[in-house]
Ligand binder design. Sequence first.
Ligand code: COA
Length: 261
Amino acid sequence: MSSPLDVFRDDLLAGHVALVTGGGTGICRGIAAAYARLGAKVCIVSRKLDVLEQTAKEIGAIAVAADVRKPDDLVVAVKTVLDRFGKLTTLVNGAAGNFLAPAAALSPNGFKTVIDIDLLGTFNATKACAEALMASKDGLVLNISATLHYHGTPLQIHASAAKAGVDAVTKNLAVEWGRFGIRACGIAPGPIGDTEGMKRLAPGDATEKAKQFIPAGRFGTIDEIAAAAVYLRSPAAAYITGHVLVVDGGHCIATPSVVGT
Ligand code: COA
């Protein structure tokens, strides 16, 4: 079966070394797999070592168990990458946690937990990688956010706030670290099929109903997000920084219109 990744040259990412948080499953597993397929050395990081090791074997990566809420874990992960591969050129911040919760019923700790994983976790991993990315002189921080915060999204106050923060981190890093040869970009995936996120956010019948709100008429695929991540890491994107690329089939700009109805 053909994949959007087929358009890329096999050795496009040779010479790159990537650390991918959340790389054990879902979208970030897809990004890690695409990077490895195109010649990069890849280290995937998440909390669950058994899942990570299985994925690492399947995609040709190495695995380090780390919780992005624990800065010391990330320092160990970066050291492992440098010991093994000698450099680090790319950080993909993809580790995330989410669930549906009405704002009035969500506990402060529930809100904080998602902020800690998504936003503080992004900062922690970025900080742990800073020196190595600067040394590479061709660094990329690629932050995976969402489109939740472009409008108000019910039951998602915690994740929306976290992802808005992640987009702010992307812009700030782009401005502050450009002079160190580091770009910072983001990808904001829309509804992507076959992911834990969609199972959690649109369970059961909601999945089919949701498609009517997507101009493309379908969910995206993990490989379509991975293709965007490859593009942003490729030399074709060398002058792109501070930008968050929305990959959502037009979902976030589609609103029910009264015109012509
Ligand atoms: N609804 C409301 N609150 C919830 C919740 C839910 N479904 N799940 C967790 N919380 C709250 C807990 O009640 C707790 O708050 P409290 O102490 O006030 O009760 C707080 O969040 C922390 O929960 P805990 O289970 O201890 O956190 P954790 O670190 O083990 O789990 C989560 C992290 C919350 C993100 C968990 O949902 C998880 O591990 N998810 C799996 C991965 C995932 O979400 N992937 C992302 C797909 S987009």
